[in-house]
Write a protein that binds this ligand. Structure first.
Ligand SMILES: Cc1ncc(COP(=O)(O)O)c(C=O)c1O
Length: 397
């Protein structure tokens, strides 16, 4: 059987993590792996999650199956979090899923069931895992331009021009906030223009919301999703709880769909659950149960929101500090975009050779496309890091 196989290429980020671990240099800096880190370099369990887990331990009386859609109370709470308390719940359906990735995967499969041979447009660049997750459903992918490396801005006109050529019924994957890998996001006016285009061209939005609360705030980061939900007849949204509840390994997210009306939504939902049944049967429960406890309890919700806000502010101030340090070291404002970006990532614009040189000569680790995790920036050594980067990238672009 297996003699027909050749080895799959190693995952680049996992390989980078291994290299970092084995690097004996004391001042090494890890800007690679995509998890939030505190000032000590740890990814702690949030206080509200720990408290909810204690309550869960005391209260949970069975581990029997929860069902294909997971816990309906968790799902209802997630509708509130993502779509807002005023959401038109009659046309929204939600299914707990194994992480944002699981939600993306079952929604892609639902799209393929609804429209065999569908085309899904992905931003260039996008999170590399979008490609296999979406293509595994058998759909075709196309790219739309998104990021201008020279200015660090969204190539909005080029993006709109490409999407104007998409066929009615095509699916467009959008990052809800905190674009990974670039950190460059649509502003409110641009979201408005996107919504208008989607309605006029009959495009189907598929929104990936993996960092709600990491950008401008929990409500602000849902602006695009909520705007689209109020305008388009149908859409899909994959939300992840990995980052904003820091429950990465416990695997929880939510797959949402919006139908034209309640009856259409029910039919599509029954197909979504049948997809889930055929792929993993039922989602894991543990973190979803803990999150349900948090969202049902005012005190725990307040504690979670305040810790999330502290994390968000830390990332914003690291961005500002790093952009300042790069301005001092480069005598230019060419890295100022880092302070304007939002979320955990930015692309600093180094070539793959420069990225390798930073690793080999300075012990600075980042992904080959020069994506950095801003939560990994060392707040007490920003000038040293900026000096290393400028020594490799040069003072002028
Ligand atoms: C853009 C994007 N979408 C989805 C995910 C999925 O996260 P998870 O499956 O861990 O919930 C990630 C994680 O890095 C991401 O960056």
């Amino acid at each position: 059987m297996f003699e027909t196989l050749t080895a799959a290429p190693p995952d680049k980020i996992i390989a980078l993590m291994g290299q970092f671990r084995e690097d004996p240099r004391p001042g090494k800096i890890d800007l690679g792996v995509g998890v939030y880190k505190d000032a000590k370099g740890n990814t702690p369990i949030m206080a509200a999650v720990r408290e909810a887990e204690k309550l869960l331990y005391e209260r949970q009386s069975t581990k029997t199956y929860v069902g294909m859609a997971g816990d309906p109370v968790f799902n209802a709470a997630m509708i509130g979090l993502v779509f807002g308390e005023d959401a038109d719940r009659a046309r929204i359906r939600a299914a707990q899923a194994p992480g944002g990735s699981g939600a993306l995967r079952i929604l892609a499969e639902l799209i393929a069931r609804s429209k065999p041979g569908a085309t899904v447009w992905l931003s260039d660049p996008t999170w590399p895992n979008h490609v296999p997750l979406v293509r595994a459903a058998g759909v075709t992918t196309k790219d739309y331009p998104y990021f201008d490396a020279a200015t660090g801005m969204v190539r909005f006109d080029a993006m709109m021009m490409a999407l104007k050529k998409a066929a009615p019924g095509d699916v467009v994957l959008l990052h809800g906030c905190c674009h990974n890998p670039t950190g460059a996001n649509l502003d409110h006016g641009q979201w408005e223009a996107v919504a208008e285009l989607f309605v006029s061209r009959g495009l189907f939005p598929f929104v990936d919301l993996a960092y709600q609360g990491f950008g401008d705030g929990l409500e602000e980061d849902a602006f695009g999703v909520r705007l689209l939900a109020s305008r388009v007849p149908e859409m899909a949204v994959a939300a992840s709880c990995s980052k904003n509840f820091a429950v990465y390994r416990d695997r929880v997210g939510t797959a949402f769909l919006l139908g034209k009306g309640a009856a259409e939504a029910d039919i599509a939902y029954s197909q979504l659950l049948s997809v889930a049944r055929g792929m993993y049967s039922m989602p894991p429960d543990h973190a979803a149960a803990a999150i349900r406890i948090i969202l049902e309890d005012k005190g725990l919700t307040a504690s979670w929101k305040s810790e999330l806000e502290t994390m968000r502010q830390r990332m914003v101030s690291l961005r500002e500090g790093f952009a300042d340090a790069l301005r001092r070291q480069s005598n230019s404002d060419r890295f100022d975009f880092i302070a304007r970006h939002r979320g955990m990532f930015s692309r600093i614009g180094a070539t793959p050779e420069q990225v390798e040189k930073l690793r080999a000569e300075h012990g600075v680790y980042m992904v080959g496309d020069s994506r950095i995790n801003v939560a990994g920036l060392p707040e007490d050594r920003l000038d040293t890091l900026a000096a290393s980067i400028i020594s490799v990238m040069g003072e002028t672009a």
